[in-house]
Design a binder for this molecule. Structure first.
Ligand code: UGA
Length: 462
């Protein structure tokens, strides 16, 4: 099928490349011409594992191309996916102006019938507004539109795998032809006829993805309901971690036991610096606003958001407790991206942390395998290190903010010898507390027993 993708951000690029990978002819466009230029020169405006190979392969096979001509892209697609940004406004509402522009563009440029699919995360009833806008701005008597909602459940860092091997595909439709067209678009994925991007072969399938056909309103709500639930789950884990810290219990043990209950499940129970990134924080805010407008009591969501906002205060309090005052201290921040395997720093806890450390006149050094370039635009004058050893050199504390796997493999004894004071404040429980303390680090994690309790335990054991 001929597919147009409006918006070359994370969602648009991954969706466009993967739809080409499963055999469709895809054109991607964006009103940021510099992105299109980068893509046409063989570059990628974002880092996402496996995306580079998939884009290159499909461009070579002439199933994927990029154009700055928005109208040409719209006219090309039988199906047009709207993948533009819906960033938060000051009051937490989603800014839908890019969706509105996309609707007007599609209406103005279309010369035939099109399936218009919202993929961006949008508040409920946006589909209805889209239908109206398309009808109002349509200019050509040969054009007609069906609207569908097809929320994405892509996680940054595993987005390609999530697209090609999803657990479920949700399609919110208002009529049968739209359903048929979407089933056709996703047929290779539903039939698991897709090579695994990692192994380039048909790996033993996990369960076949489920296709859920819903109303458009329900599809829009499903996305918000999922992201808000994940946010609540993380805040719950952080609440338990705070209780553990006060009681010298170990949150890792508690979460492990909770996760073994199949009704709860182990994922999204990792306590730490809280949820960041461009999705969970903005989606829970938008959902709160939506609920308030509907007159629903959303205090559960508000509390989850509040717990999340306090994570940095809590983390900094630990630093003050250990370092007495922060002013003029040299602190290394290990990890900038909002989570591993991405270069995305939007709403990353590290950004707020660095801002707060600078307010306290801390000498901040940072290192991240992927997130340094983007951070430089926000904090040009802090010290960017070539590797974690340069970061450790002379530091009076290391703060672990992103749980990159490669940090686990570091030569921690070497790091200890380089630091002015071997203090580690681990915001992600990345490192084994017992081993770090046995190595001589002053080690603080999240929701784990204090060094004093650990001392007592080791004395009792010996
Ligand atoms: C999230 C959802 O997981 C996707 O399903 C959804 O499609 C996407 O938003 C979206 O709306 O587009 P993503 O933002 O890539 O995906 O990141 P997550 O893996 O959900 O992590 C979000 C944040 O929660 C990160 O800061 C992570 O460090 C934090 N987190 C996650 C925890 O603090 N604890 C956990 O146990 C899990």
């Amino acid at each position: 099928m001929r597919i147009a993708i409006l918006g070359c951000g994370y969602v648009g690029l991954v969706s466009g490349a993967c739809l080409a990978e499963i055999g469709h002819s895809v054109v991607c466009t964006d009103n940021d011409e510099s992105k299109i230029l980068t893509l046409n020169q063989g570059g990628l405006p974002i880092y996402e594992p496996h995306l580079k190979e998939i884009v290159a392969r499909n461009v070579d096979a002439q199933r994927l191309r990029f154009t700055a001509d928005l109208g040409e892209a719209v006219r090309y697609g039988d199906a047009v996916f709207i993948c533009v940004g819906t960033p938060p406004l000051q009051d937490g509402d989603a800014d839908l102006s890019a969706i509105d522009s996309a609707a007007r563009l599609i209406a103005r440029e279309s010369r035939s019938s099109k399936l218009v699919i919202e993929k961006s995360t949008v508040p409920m009833q946006t589909g209805q507004k889209l239908v109206r806008a398309l009808a109002i701005y349509a200019r050509n008597s040969d054009s007609s539109f069906s609207v569908a909602s097809n929320p994405e459940f892509l996680r940054e860092g595993t987005a390609v795998l999530d697209f090609l091997h999803p657990d479920r595909i949700v399609i919110g439709v208002g009529n049968e032809p739209a359903e048929t067209q979407l089933r056709e678009i996703y047929r290779p994925i539903l039939e698991q006829n897709v090579a695994c991007p990692i192994h380039q072969q048909n790996c033993p399938p996990k369960e076949a993805p489920k296709l859920l056909v819903t109303s458009i309103n329900s599809a829009e709500l499903i996305k918000h309901a999922c992201n808000s639930f994940l946010a609540v789950k993380i805040s719950y884990a952080n609440l338990i971690a705070d209780i553990c810290e006060n009681m010298d219990a170990d949150v890792e043990e508690v979460m492990q036991a909770m996760g073994l209950d199949p009704r709860i499940g182990p994922s999204f129970l990792r306590p730490g610096l809280g949820f960041g990134g461009f999705c969970l924080p903005k989606d829970i805010q938008a959902f709160i606003r939506l609920g308030e407008k509907a007159g629903v009591d959303v205090s559960l969501l508000r509390d989850a958001e509040l717990i999340n906002k306090r994570r940095i205060d809590h983390f900094l309090a630990k630093a003050v407790n250990s370092l007495w005052t922060l002013k003029a201290k040299c602190i290394g921040v290990l990890g900038l991206a909002f989570k591993p395997h991405t270069d995305d720093i939007r709403f990353a806890p590290a950004m707020e942390l660095i801002g707060r450390l600078l307010q306290e006149h801390v000498r901040v050094k940072v290192y991240d395998p992927q997130g340094m370039e983007k951070t430089k635009a926000l904090f040009p004058s802090i010290h960017y290190c070539a590797d974690p050893y340069e970061l450790a050199d002379g530091a009076e504390a290391l703060m672990i903010v992103t749980e990159w796997d490669c940090f686990r493999q570091l030569d921690w004894l070497r790091i200890k010898s380089l630091m002015q004071r071997p203090l580690i404040i681990d915001g992600r429980n990345l490192l084994p507390s017992d081993e770090m303390r046995a190595m001589g680090f002053e080690y603080q994690g999240v929701g784990i027993p204090t060094a004093e309790a650990w001392d007592m335990k080791s004395r009792a054991a010996s």
